[in-house]
Design a protein around this ligand. Structure first.
Ligand SMILES: [Zn+2]
Length: 184
């Protein structure tokens, strides 16, 4: 009987290695391993591209975004959120937002993204009417009730301005709060 020194990393069969570095039994398995590696690299590149798209200065991130940035499965995050272990804001159906800072405390630093580590951007918002949404517009745009909008504005100290009968809030702040990709 042939002495089989090694176990192939792909198929698990024992084989006689041609050299000390051989880890696959055959060209077929070695090709398969290469393919898997390429697929993994591609997946990592895709994740990195997605992570790069998430604005660094956005505090509230979706579960999908948190999963990408911190390398945690979405299912796990939803569980932790529902158990109250990760505080979250529920902005509506499927619109759970998590505080990025909490994620960092629990899971360590986010996936390194290529965005330059520039000085933190100064909070800039304009309360000019054309740079604002009215509360009604926000409710319509993000499919939530006006009452919820007021609650979130209070909770997150978003500046507002009353013009005539309407209350306005800066588009930048509102987009920052409600945007986020839930469907990655
Ligand atoms: Zn093999």
């Amino acid at each position: 009987m042939k002495r089989l020194d090694k176990q192939c990393l792909i198929c698990g069969d024992g084989f006689l290695p041609k050299s000390v570095t051989s880890v696959y039994c055959s060209a077929k398995c070695s090709k398969k391993a290469y393919k898997q590696k390429m697929l993994q690299l591609k997946k990592e590149a895709e994740l990195k591209a997605l992570a790069d798209k998430i604005p660094k200065d956005r505090v509230f991130i979706s579960v999908a975004e948190a999963g990408i940035l911190f390398g945690v499965a979405k299912r796990t995050l939803y569980r932790l959120v529902s158990e109250g272990k990760i505080p979250s804001v529920n902005l509506g159906t499927r619109l759970v937002r998590i505080d990025r800072r909490v994620m960092k405390e629990m899971f360590g630093p986010a996936r390194s993204v290529s965005q330059a580590e520039s000085a933190p951007k100064k909070k800039l918002y304009s309360l000019e009417k054309e740079d604002c949404y009215s509360i009604g517009e926000i409710a319509q745009r993000f499919q939530i009730s006006e009452g919820s909008v007021y609650n979130h504005i209070r909770k997150y100290s978003i500046p507002t301005r009353q013009i005539g009968k309407h209350v306005y809030a800066p588009k930048t702040e509102i987009d920052n709060l409600y945007n986020g990709n839930d469907f990655i």
